[in-house]
Design a protein around this ligand. Structure first.
Ligand code: SAM
Length: 286
């Protein structure tokens, strides 16, 4: 599907694009091929595509996987997709807001699935976090995103990009390679730079599933005021004496700020606080 085919489909349907839905369609065949390649698909793979748009990626995914589930919010595009792909038995198309749909199906088992998508930028981070934190998330996620979001996901501690998004994604996923996608490859061209990133689910979870909510809370509270000492902020989550003991065991300086605390250290903090909670046998809790 090239640029003139995209323009023709839009003209035939008299479609005005909706900016708030991030409708920037990818028309460059080389970039589309590179996205599919990064998916490392096999003929039996189940693939989730969020935001198929007019289907330029969909048409490349279909011959490379066993089953494709595509979720599109814009009903006008769903109609076009239904017509374009009416003979494709391996495609299931859902007309829904993917973020709502995912949060309404939190227990779905995605372990044998891969996400491959050019995500709508306005909801890309919450969609990735929703999938990344789910107990049975996809084995890999290949997503075209705003380049700034790619950099935040891959960030190292003590960098300005390092933060809540980095940690919520990296808890279960290791960032792999990425490549930049020039704005000229989209129609219409987005105002921001883009990149396509591969994330692979960790084989062994760093935390027990029942500890994940506490990890998320510590990260969000810890980064609530980035320039503040984290210990002071975490007092709202857990008594100071517990925090001090857990910090000491994790080898953390009491003056450290969240931006200098690594994933492994957040994991240690979570484990320590979760263990302290479990020891609270006298009915006291925090
Ligand atoms: N995959 C197509 C491509 O590469 O040309 C379209 C990508 S475009 C960046 C994002 C698509 O996501 C649009 O088709 C838009 O309508 C759709 N979209 C926006 N918000 C959505 C949501 N919450 N759930 C599902 N689809 C959404």
């Amino acid at each position: 599907m090239n640029l003139s085919e995209i323009k023709q489909l839009l003209a035939e349907g008299n479609l005005k694009l909706t900016k708030s839905l991030g409708q920037n369609f990818l028309h460059d065949g080389n970039q589309l091929d590179r996205i599919v390649e990064l998916g490392k698909l096999t003929a039996s793979d189940c693939v989730l595509e969020i935001g198929p748009g007019l289907g330029p990626l969909t048409e490349r995914l279909l011959p490379n996987c066993g089953q494709l589930l595509a979720i599109e919010k814009d009903g006008r595009l769903v109609e076009i997709l239904e017509n374009r792909f009416s003979s494709e038995a391996t495609l299931s198309l859902i007309h829904a807001d993917a973020l709502k749909w995912l949060s309404q199906n939190p227990d779905r088992d995605w372990r044998s699935w891969k996400l491959v998508a050019n995500l709508p930028y306005s909801v890309a981070s919450p969609i990735l976090v929703e999938l990344a934190l789910s107990a049975q998330g996809p084995e890999a996620m290949v997503a075209t995103l705003q380049l700034e979001v790619v950099q935040r996901i891959r960030a190292r501690p003590k960098s300005k990009e390092y933060g809540v998004l980095t940690l919520l994604i990296q808890l279960h996923y290791q960032p792999g390679p990425y490549f930049k996608v020039p704005a000229s490859c989209f129609y219409p061209q987005p105002d921001v730079a883009s990149g396509c990133l591969r994330l692979v689910r960790r084989q062994a979870g760093l935390l027990r599933q029942e500890e994940v909510a506490l990890f998320v809370r510590l990260v969000k509270v810890g980064f609530g005021q980035r320039r503040k000492v984290m210990l002071k902020l975490l007092k709202s989550v857990c008594p100071l004496e517990v925090l001090e003991a857990v910090y000491a065991r994790a080898g953390l300086d009491s003056r450290v700020r969240a931006e200098a605390v690594s994933l492994e250290e957040f994991v240690e903090l979570t484990r320590g606080i979760a263990a302290a909670k479990r020891r609270m046998v006298d009915g006291r809790d925090f």
